[in-house]
Design a protein around this ligand. Structure first.
Ligand code: ZN
Length: 256
């Protein structure tokens, strides 16, 4: 083989190698690009929303938009003036709204039971400890008892009931059928009415049933737990199908 021919073959091998590796690089580049766009798609569905036409003057730091969940715990008691409605304690600022919500239901033909309102962190600790104790008594080990308890009781500090802005309310017939509160209560017309009209009184159904929304709230569907957020916020959240988590995040992203 002549030296010239040898060089020519060597050169074409080098070119071929370059072409092949460029192709491989292009393929890998492309697949990471695909993965990346898939990733950003799934984080988009996470809860990021661009909110427009927000209610005037509303800020994410407003008292009635306080967010308490398992990712936003409040480890010390929240201070506010308390009031009693139908034997249940709530933040004094929402007393009238609760009364109006109940009398609205009554006017539509539905009696309601107000089951629960404000609960202190201390009380939540006692509830948690009590349920865990029962689980232990049933023969579970500590870890299993803790897990089984956390599945049905909010950890102290992460329950929205400590804000005084949350109520558990049910149509009396629904409550009679499901005294321990179950999602199925929504099969009663009374509960449907409460869910459909909550926003008119400044409340939202706080833990909706769509999978994506359960991921945002960290809590399974509760057809009886309503949260006061004010009429303008409640109507906006209802119209746009937003959880409180998504709404507060959207407000923050809008610089509110
Ligand atoms: Zn509740």
């Amino acid at each position: 083989m002549s030296k010239k021919k040898f060089l020519a073959i060597l050169l074409s091998l080098v070119v071929l190698a370059a072409v092949v590796s460029a192709g491989v690089y292009w393929q890998t580049g492309r697949s990471t690009e695909q993965e990346r766009s898939q990733k950003s798609d799934s984080s988009k569905s996470d809860q990021s929303v661009r909110l427009t036409n927000l209610p005037k003057g509303v800020k994410s730091t407003d008292w009635d938009l306080i967010l308490v969940n398992k990712w936003h715990k409040k480890d010390s008691e929240i201070n506010f003036d308390k009031a009693t409605v139908s034997g249940v304690t709530v933040d004094q600022r929402i007393k009238q709204a609760v009364l109006d919500f109940q009398s609205g239901a009554r006017a539509a033909g539905y009696q309601t039971n107000l089951i629960s309102g404000y609960r202190s962190i201390q009380y939540q600790k006692e509830v948690f400890a009590g349920v865990k104790k029962n689980n232990l008594a049933e023969g579970m080990n500590d870890a299993a008892a803790e897990k089984a308890t956390a599945a049905v009781v909010q950890y102290p500090g992460s329950s929205e009931h400590q804000t005084g802005l949350a109520i558990d309310m049910a149509g009396s017939d629904a409550f009679e059928r499901y005294p321990s509160l179950e999602a199925n209560m929504d099969q009663f017309d009374s509960q449907k009415w409460l869910i459909d009209h909550a926003a008119d009184y400044g409340f939202v159904l706080r833990y909706p049933k769509e999978k994506e929304q359960m991921k945002q709230t960290g809590i399974d569907y509760e057809s009886w737990h309503f949260r006061y957020v004010g009429v303008a916020n409640a109507k906006y959240m209802k119209a746009h199908n937003l959880t409180l988590e998504a709404y507060v995040k959207g407000l923050q992203e809008a610089g509110r």
